[in-house]
Design a protein around this ligand. Structure first.
Ligand code: CA
Ligand code: CA
Length: 145
């Protein structure tokens, strides 16, 4: 079994998907998680590539957020679309990053992702509150590459 498959059990994946559903009840923003083993690219650059590959740049309000994890490299990146970056302070994602980092350091990957997702949802809520007519524009399932 590869490290990517071993990273989360299917039960853990479902818990993460549930956290995305909960978060997206607070905000029109769309949160996704992508997990892969390793990349030769810069992790931030790779996160942007995945963001486009998943068509996360096509949301109505440009408010997609990707949490990208390279398991073997022990790296993660939070990447938000320009609709978010245009209206938030530069350090906007720091609390979200910290939530994830604190759990990852202890080897709690599922909890780290859940905390990060919920935190991102709270942060997004301030600028992109949930709309009555909200559409789930992007799948909540975890993608792997
Ligand atoms: Ca939505
Ligand atoms: Ca969604």
């Amino acid at each position: 079994m590869s490290k990517v498959e071993a990273f989360l059990s299917s039960q853990e994946e479902q818990e993460i998907v549930k956290a995305i559903q909960v978060s997206e009840k607070n905000t029109s923003g769309e949160i996704r998680v992508h997990i892969e083993g390793t990349t030769k690219k810069d992790h931030y650059e790779r996160a942007i590539e995945v963001f486009h590959f998943l068509k996360m740049n096509a949301t109505k309000d440009a408010n997609g957020v990707l949490i990208y994890v390279a398991v073997n490299d022990k790296k993660f990146v939070i990447y938000g679309d320009k609709g978010i970056n245009n209206v938030v302070p530069k350090d906007f994602w720091n609390t979200t990053k910290d939530s994830i980092q604190n759990q990852f350091k202890q080897g709690n990957f599922t909890q780290g992702l859940i905390d990060g997702i919920l935190k991102a949802g709270e942060e997004l809520k301030k600028h992109f509150p949930y709309q009555e007519d909200d559409i789930d524009e992007l799948s909540n399932e975890i993608s792997k590459g």
